[in-house]
Design a protein around this ligand. Structure first.
Ligand SMILES: C[S@@+](CC[C@H](N)C(=O)[O-])C[C@H]1O[C@@H](n2cnc3c(N)ncnc32)[C@H](O)[C@@H]1O
Length: 214
């Protein structure tokens, strides 16, 4: 069963859009795209042979998929409509974009899903000539943020950096549940630490900030 997170990413990609999946691992994104009816070029790339071979095996029934063993986009010559980087670390994503900047500038957009440090990624992107055109939040045993990133200029407030400009604007019910979850998580920490702890007041302020968004 392909995860809800991967299905959500696939749902953001049209059937005519060519795709480069960097860090394809099992190849499930390509599988979901083909099952959705995508018939365009798909390039599955991974920097390790084991995952790339897994993708090959899992995708044996599907045509038109290319497999590239390589670091980020370094071995990719053809530009695509959409580059997906999901499940990678924040520093890895920035390293990949920086190493192949001209390539990313010539592609249509990136869909990026990282598990932590989304605020740092937003800051880096908007300081480096990218903008966040759309954001989606999906709950799949935990909350995942998916960003649709394009070339362009964008200025974000500190709140937008921390919570996401589109997520804040749209306030859909998954995002609101996420905010409640964050408050509960912080209240749990407060119950476990001494009020004299240096972090106590910081966490109280974080709770107030999140409550102000509800
Ligand atoms: C945690 S898996 C994520 C798989 C899939 N994208 C997902 O969202 O479920 C990360 C994959 O990225 C690959 N990877 C890590 N760094 C990479 C890089 N610099 N270039 C290409 N692939 C990379 C790993 O080998 C691994 O298969």
């Amino acid at each position: 069963m392909i995860s809800k997170r991967i299905r959500k990413i696939a749902s953001l990609i049209g059937n005519e859009e060519s795709v480069l999946d960097i860090g394809c691992d099992h190849g499930y994104l390509a599988m979901q795209l083909r099952q959705n009816g995508n018939s365009a070029r798909i390039i599955c790339c991974d920097n390790k042979i084991g995952p790339l071979n897994n993708a090959r095996k899992n995708l044996i029934a599907y045509d038109g998929i290319e497999y590239v063993l390589g670091n980020g986009a370094e071995k990719i010559a053809e530009t695509v409509d959409t580059v997906v980087m999901s499940g990678l670390g924040y520093k890895t994503v920035i390293g990949i974009i920086t190493a192949s900047r001209a390539y990313f500038d010539s592609c249509g957009r990136m869909i990026i899903q990282i598990n932590t440090c989304q605020d740092q990624l937003r800051r880096w992107l908007t300081e480096n000539g990218f903008l966040i055109a759309d954001e989606q939040m999906v709950y799949d045993y935990k909350y995942y943020q998916i960003m649709d990133v394009r070339k362009g200029e964008q200025k974000l407030s500190e709140m937008e950096i921390r919570y996401g400009p589109v997520l804040l604007e749209r306030r859909d019910k998954t995002f609101i549940s996420y905010l409640h979850d964050r408050i509960e998580n912080r209240r749990r920490i407060l119950r476990e630490i001494d009020p004299a702890n240096a972090d106590y007041q910081k966490i109280v302020e974080q709770i107030r900030e999140i409550e102000s968004l509800l």
